[in-house]
Design a protein around this ligand. Structure first.
Ligand code: ADP
Ligand code: MG
Length: 699
């Protein structure tokens, strides 16, 4: 994949220059000076040779095949140059020139034009407006970066070229190596999707990191990300948020979904590790690149100071990792080798005067304990501390084990030489134990994600035709919102349970329907304009007599007229009273990037206040639906507190899965709220009491 970009046999630099101040010079020089083994052809109509290489007037004049063209000419000349490349059967082009889409409508037009020419000629294009790319395996530095990274196992892609240059500078100081380094530029042709695919298959890259501002195709991204993350960690910083639609949101779910919700959930669902800062990105990439994944949550801490040991313990416990409990044998060995003042239970305190030998024996002993899956080694510089010797001892122990070792040498100038030894020996070091723990947390998550098989969406029998008819009826009436009866028909067609309900258009009719349904009943206003019926006195629950029903009709319609004089009133629904249970909300909203998002949370009228909800991108699998339910704070209430029986969680899973299938079958559904879904005791099911469905407006 993308072989012509990363390992070309011949490269042409179009716009190569003798003038050392020009990009066209820097790029050529970078290709030549870092040991690229293939052929290099500078292209410049006015020069005979540059940097000792023979020049050609056009890429078409090159006597041999060219795999990769690096285009450094100014924007107006890019299109003809791309045509030349196509004519010469060049396979790939890196367009470094700027002034395209990022510069306004004229630039955007020019960008479409070069992509069109490239696509027609079967040539792939990176950029425009890119810093270029680097591959340390083929010693190719096809960029205008100021340096070349050393070889390593981290692959990086970035939508910001400037960020690339600072990362390179940092990496060189920290001695961090890279396999591939790609500046995505404007992503006119090659996007993060192509790179995910290529880097996922690249044996030289064991960790993929990236900085992205946007994602081209959310659904495709998720598919690829899952394939990649099942094999190797993918760590991303995502800045900016989704293009929130300009339409006014009218559902609970739409209101509760923030502009970043879709990315957050999509990343979580596809195993992407999201770093919230560049610092976090570096921290995690080091841990993943240097250390094996811990095969569980149990951590041992070895420290020469009490305070930092406690801080690390606190961070562990907050994060869901565990402090390992040592076997008696481990404790015995530690006691034998450590002074009597040392702490031999986890965290192991080798105390302030520990020299390297004490660290070594403590570390080796805890590593041999079968109940330990990773170790954090903390060091604070004290008078007797042998900083470099200790670092060497840690590196040596690390090479002898398949358990993860993370160091936290805390300090500044004093510890610096030790940190160098650690980094060179591929033991990541973090200045503070909390950051070491954060790295372990991410590694643990990756381990669990890789070990867990992927679920498949289930398929329910559903009356799809019926829903189609209902939606057509709504469209036929020039409406986007479904009425109560219509929404219930849709839910029932997909196997959800709803209360019996009929629409009354007069007080007499309400009485008649109440007799038919059976007292007690619930009555509620039915109007396409009224979203929150209780707010305007539009709901009466538990009407016990026919007199109450007759009066309720008049009151409800009166309230509606008073509070919303402009509302179109269709009548009043007379509904079977559903047995009380726990009220939850199941909702759907549509994200332009990722498609339908499902929401679950505690329902009722306080949902917007408590915001105890969680989201996932559709379609859901059974496991994911269960995760959603377990994730909310109020999950304990569903399990039952104070002698309450547990609620029917299976029925919620079922409702979530069926609604997921419904919106998959009908992409026209823009928003859906079931609020509340009244959940009965375990085994008794759940009833969708109030449902609102809104279709994509037709323009
Ligand atoms: P809205 O959300 O527009 O105010 P709902 O139809 O959700 O109107 O009704 C408000 C509340 O009344 C619900 O949260 C529920 O507690 C109760 N309720 C509504 N319909 C029924 C019913 N058929 N049986 C039992 N309780 C109901
Ligand atoms: Mg409601």
């Amino acid at each position: 994949m993308l072989e012509a970009f990363f390992a070309p046999k011949a490269v042409a630099v179009i716009g190569a220059s003798r003038d050392e101040t020009k990009l066209g010079h820097s790029v050529l020089k970078n290709i030549v000076q870092y040991g690229y083994k293939g052929k290099v052809y500078p292209i410049n109509p006015k020069a005979e040779d540059i940097l000792g290489l023979k020049c050609y007037k056009s890429v078409r004049d090159v006597p041999n095949a060219v795999d990769l063209a690096v285009v450094v000419v100014p924007r107006p000349v890019v299109a003809p140059v791309i045509s030349d490349c196509v004519a010469h059967k060049v396979k790939a082009a890196i367009v470094i020139a700027a002034g395209f889409r990022e510069a306004g409508p004229r630039g955007a037009k020019a960008e479409s034009e070069i992509v069109r020419i490239a696509k027609q000629g079967g040539m792939r294009l990176l950029g425009p407006n890119t810093l270029g790319l680097i591959d340390t395996q083929s010693f190719l530095n096809a960029s205008f970066a100021a340096s070349m990274p050393s070889p390593g196992r981290i692959a990086l892609m970035s939508q910001s070229g400037a960020l690339c240059t600072s990362i390179l500078d940092w990496a060189n100081r920290e001695k961090v190596g890279f396999s591939k380094f790609v500046s995505l530029g404007n992503k006119a042709d090659i996007t993060e999707l192509d790179l995910l695919e290529a880097l996922g298959e690249d044996a030289a890259s064991s960790v993929i990191v990236g900085y992205l501002e946007g994602i081209a195709d959310g659904q495709r991204f998720m598919q690829l990300a899952v394939e990649v993350t099942k094999r190797k960690p993918l760590i991303l910083v995502k800045s900016g948020s989704t293009a929130a639609g300009s339409r006014a949101v009218s559902s609970h779910t739409g209101t509760l979904a923030g502009s970043d919700t879709a990315y957050e959930t999509a990343f979580k669902q596809s195993g992407v590790i999201r770093a919230t800062s560049m610092e976090g990105l570096f921290d995690l990439s080091l841990a993943f690149a240097y250390q094996p994944l811990p095969k569980g949550k149990r951590v041992a801490i070895v420290t020469n100071a009490g305070g930092p040991g406690i801080m690390a313990t606190d961070a562990l416990e907050r994060s869901g990792l565990e402090l390992a409990t040592f076997q008696p044998e481990t404790v015995r060995t530690l006691r034998k080798h450590l002074p009597s003042a040392a702490a031999v239970y986890n965290p192991v305190d080798v105390i302030g005067d520990a020299r390297a030998d004490r660290y070594r024996v403590a570390l080796r002993t805890v590593l041999q304990d079968p109940g330990v899956e990773s170790v954090v080694v903390i060091l604070t510089p004290q008078v007797m501390t042998e900083i470099e010797e200790t670092a060497r001892a840690i590196v040596e122990e690390a090479t002898e084990t398949d358990k993860a070792i993370i160091a936290s040498f805390m300090g500044g100038d004093l510890i610096e030489p030790g940190v160098r030894i650690l980094t060179e020996g591929h033991v990541p070091n973090y200045l503070f134990p909390e950051r070491a723990v954060a790295a372990l947390v991410a590694m643990n998550r990756q381990w669990e994600w890789q070990s867990k098989p992927l679920g498949q969406p289930e398929h329910f029998e559903a009356r799809k035709e019926r829903v189609k008819e209902v939606l057509q009826r709504v469209r036929g009436g020039q409406r986007d919102a479904l009425g109560d009866v219509e929404a219930r028909e849709v839910l029932e067609a997909y196997g959800l349970h709803t209360p019996r309900s009929r629409l009354a258009k007069s007080s007499e009719e309400a009485v008649h329907l109440a007799e038919e349904i059976g007292l007690p009943v619930v009555m509620k206003i039915v109007s396409p304009n009224i979203l929150h019926k209780s707010d305007i006195g539009g709901v009466r629950v538990g009407l016990r007599t026919l007199d109450e029903v007759a009066t309720a009709y008049v009151t409800i319609v009166g309230n509606a007229r008073r509070y919303m004089p402009q509302a179109e009133i269709w009548g009043v629904a007379v509904q079977e009273l559903v047995k009380p249970g726990r009220e939850v909300i199941v909702g759907v909203t549509f994200d332009p990037q990722f498609g339908h998002l499902l929401m679950f949370g505690m329902g009722g009228i306080y949902v917007e206040v408590l915001k105890d909800v969680t989201f996932r991108v559709a379609p859901l699998t059974r496991d994911v639906a269960l995760d959603m339910i377990r994730e909310i704070r109020a999950y304990l209430l569903l399990r039952g507190v104070r002698g309450e029986p547990p609620a029917d969680v299976e029925a919620i899973v079922d409702a979530l899965l069926r609604i997921s299938q419904l919106v998959g079958d009908f992409p026209d559904i823009l928003e859906l709220d079931v609020n509340p879904l009244i959940v009965h005791e375990a085994g008794r099911g759940a009833t969708a009491v109030d449902c609102r469905i809104i279709l994509r407006p037709v323009r």
